[in-house]
Design a binder for this molecule. Structure first.
Ligand code: TXE
Length: 494
């Protein structure tokens, strides 16, 4: 196994990936604690290495280190110097992109070409975009109706941020949290998913190399219930920034309520991608397939619910099937792969449980639905058709390569159906009628609507959900704002 991996990775990345790892605190990785867990290559099921399950005392050490940086060198750094440090950080992520990409391709089972082409540029873009902000964070003078008063506000960082990330975009999600949190002047303790620790640990090394003072970025590895829980309940943590499941998001929200911490949540989605008959159907179908199977459907804004005007359903299903059959399923580190495995054995079983409900509830598996006859947690690209809006395969976030296709007959019928789910993260609309496009976009309860495109993402454009998809936006000024708070100063001029 070691030999097979060796041939797929460069020497440096292989050595880092297969070394034992501990938490990263105060500028360096510490020796792994007594309690460790194994990380697994999802494309083979084999163990990659062991990583520390950071206990309460290690989490405390990381939070204390972040608090010290916030109250010390990092917190007092001039805005222009913070910008310079963040630009250096962005440059280092870019310079080390080829290495970083290997960690997410290995642990996440993601096709390496896609990690290099999508995740890494998005991560660099986050650091570059937010690196420009520190010198532009401004308060305001306030026109109060009080005689002889001069009132102004200052925008201030929150302090120590707990950043908790999932396994589907490990490096990218770390960047989406670190870049605005640091630009605002906070320090961070990052807890990556226990499935994907490597890129976050390497990112912390690059932060130090970029000149961020020790303790500004710390990483605690470990489980959600152990390490994660210790982090979110630590009294010195003032803000929780979370991306992950709805269930964990609700749990963290309750914890934030108990201890009065700031919180932002980017949770799941079941995103209606709507194709009208007057659209460029071939283009719409190609995008529909791409977004449904990209990273095996393990994307919060995956176009996992495809609603198609009835007259073009057959054409769309045929085109999606053709695209699916052209996908090359394989190890993330093999360049020919265009679709990888699911993230874990446990997760594949969950996806399969959804598939098992289809036939009993009136739906049909149009194609796919089986495991591959090989090691690893692979599942064929799959489509189901004919399931009702309330069926689990349509209503729930499956987070797998399972596209639920549903015909519709009229605009009047479509809107309430598309809005019927509990999520409201994103949606797609395909039509050549510009009035219809705007009308539908405005009626959809979704944080982002893409028209005649899908899944575009940029650090400058706010992204985040309504309803059960979360609280607060990533990206753009909104993404920065949630890491700041106002202080109001009243001064008497009498
Ligand atoms: O998520 P969890 P899981 C959805 C998707 C997927 C499902 C489960 O539907 O099938 O969630 O994935 C940490 N205190 N999304 O189980 O458990 C955990 O260690 C502190 C959508 O991986 O929410 C990890 O770092 N932290 C999503 C992170 O939370 C805790 C992306 C996410 O894990 C914790 C991923 C606790 N008590 C999954 N419990 C998206 N929005 O893109 C867990 N964690």
């Amino acid at each position: 196994m070691a030999t097979a991996l060796e041939s797929l990775m460069d020497q440096r990345a292989h050595a880092f990936a297969t070394a034992e790892h501990g938490a990263f605190i105060d500028g360096a990785e510490i020796a792994p604690s007594e309690k460790t867990f194994s990380t697994v290559d999802p494309a083979t099921g084999e163990v990659i290495t062991t990583v520390a399950e950071s206990e309460d005392r290690v989490v405390d050490q990381a939070v204390q280190s972040a608090a010290k940086a916030f109250e010390g060198e990092w917190g007092s750094m001039l805005p222009a110097d913070r910008e310079t440090a963040l630009h250096r950080f962005a440059n280092l992520v870019e310079e080390n992109a080829a290495e970083l990409a290997q960690y997410d391709a290995l642990e996440g089972g993601k096709p390496i070409a896609q990690v290099e082409g999508v995740d890494l540029p998005l991560a660099v873009e986050q650091f570059r975009y937010y690196a420009g902000w520190p010198t532009k964070i401004q308060g305001a003078t306030v026109p109060v109706s009080t005689p002889n008063a001069h009132v102004y506000t200052r925008r201030m960082p929150l302090g120590v941020v707990a950043a908790i990330t999932p396994w589907n975009f490990p490096l990218c999600q770390a960047a989406i949290k670190l870049a605005p949190a640091l630009a605002a002047g906070n320090s961070v303790v990052l807890k990556p998913s226990e499935l994907t620790s490597l890129s976050s640990l390497r990112l912390a090394q690059l932060a130090v190399e970029a000149g961020l003072p020790a303790g500004t970025v710390n990483v605690v590895t470990g489980s959600g219930a152990g390490t994660g829980q210790a982090l979110i309940s630590h009294p010195l943590v003032n803000k929780i920034s979370f991306t992950g499941s709805e269930a964990t998001g609700r749990h963290l929200g309750a914890e934030a309520g108990r201890s009065l911490k700031h919180i932002s949540l980017e949770l799941g989605g079941k995103n209606p991608n709507i194709i009208f008959a007057d659209a460029d159907v071939a283009k719409a179908a190609a995008y529909a397939a791409t977004t449904a199977y990209f990273y095996s459907g393990q994307v919060c804004f995956s176009g996992s619910r495809l609603m198609v005007e009835r007259s073009v359903v057959d054409e769309v299903v045929e085109a999606v099937k053709e695209h699916a059959s052209a996908l090359v399923l394989g190890h993330g580190l093999e360049r020919a792969s265009t679709m990888g495995p699911l993230a874990s054995a446990h997760h594949r079983e969950k996806v399969e449980r959804y598939l098992n409900t289809v036939e009993g509830t009136g739906g049909t598996v149009a194609f796919g639905g089986s495991r591959l006859d090989r090691a690893g947690f692979f599942l064929q690209p799959t489509a189901v058709i004919g399931s009702a809006d309330s069926d689990p395969v349509v209503a729930d976030e499956i987070f797998g390569p399972v596209l639920a296709i549903q015909p519709f007959d009229s605009l009047e019928e479509l809107i309430p159906r598309a809005n019927s789910g509990k999520y409201g993260l994103s949606a797609g609309v395909w039509t050549n009628d510009v009035r219809k496009a705007h009308n539908v976009a405005q009626q959809l309860r979704a944080g982002t609507v893409w028209v005649n495109t899908y899944a575009d993402y940029n650090a400058a454009a706010p992204f985040g959900g309504t309803k059960s998809s979360g609280l607060g936006k990533d990206c753009g000024p909104d993404g920065l704002d949630k890491f700041l708070e106002s202080q109001t100063v009243w001064m008497s001029l009498a």
